[in-house]
Design a protein around this ligand. Structure first.
Ligand SMILES: [Zn+2]
Length: 212
């Protein structure tokens, strides 16, 4: 837990928030942090630029990442979305659907990042399950996608709904971690989606607003 005020730096479309007191005590190097953010961002952009996106019948998943273990360049790494989920979003998708696809896209990109990390930095590892799987660290919990959802939204996000004529209709979105799932306030989702096209507004979103 960090106490004290936060410093804020804005640059290159990124907002950096850092604990001022730790900078004074020489425990947090803002320039080094900016360097790490920049390197990480370039790494993720490079991966996104070569990913293939596809639609498939995924009976038990909304989406999945399929990496090519044998390729050294990853030109056939693919993110797939479930056909009925996409079909349910066909006519003027609601903010709820746009937000859910955004969350699942980030989820699968997290897997793609871990996969590419193994490809580049564990080159000599022969066991593919060691090389490409998410490390079982406390924060990643062996599931990079769910960990990303928890980091950003406080919980993994699920979308209860029903299939009608091969189209999956989402009823509402829930924060699915914990004993009792919480429904995400549709007003918050609307604001998040509409503000996403206005970067300066997006920066003001800090936490999810729960309906209680
Ligand atoms: Zn996952």
């Amino acid at each position: 837990m960090v106490s004290g005020s936060l410093g804020v730096l804005v640059g290159d479309g990124v907002v950096y928030k850092y604990p001022k007191n730790l900078v004074r005590e020489n425990l947090f190097n803002v320039d080094k942090a900016k360097q790490v953010v920049s390197t990480t961002r370039s790494f993720v952009i490079r991966i996104c630029n070569k990913l293939i996106f596809d639609i498939a019948i995924l009976p038990d998943e909304y989406s999945e990442f399929a990496g090519d273990c044998k390729s050294s360049r990853g030109l056939s790494d693919t993110i797939k979305f479930d056909r009925s989920l996409m079909a349910g979003c066909d006519n003027e998708p609601r903010p709820m659907e746009i937000f859910f696809l955004f969350v699942k896209l980030l989820h699968e990109i997290s897997h793609a990042v871990i996969f590419q990390f193994g490809r580049e930095f564990l080159r000599h590892e022969r066991k593919t399950n060691v090389k490409f799987q998410t490390p079982k660290t406390h924060c990643l919990g062996a599931e990079a996608g769910s960990a990303m959802e928890k980091f950003l939204f406080g919980s993994a996000i699920d979308a209860p709904g029903i299939v009608q004529e091969d189209k999956y209709r989402i009823n509402y979105l829930i924060l699915s971690d914990g004993k009792q799932s919480g429904a995400i306030n549709n007003f918050w989702i609307d604001q998040f989606v509409y503000d996403a096209i206005n970067c300066s507004k997006l920066k003001t979103i800090e936490s999810i607003q729960l309906p209680w």
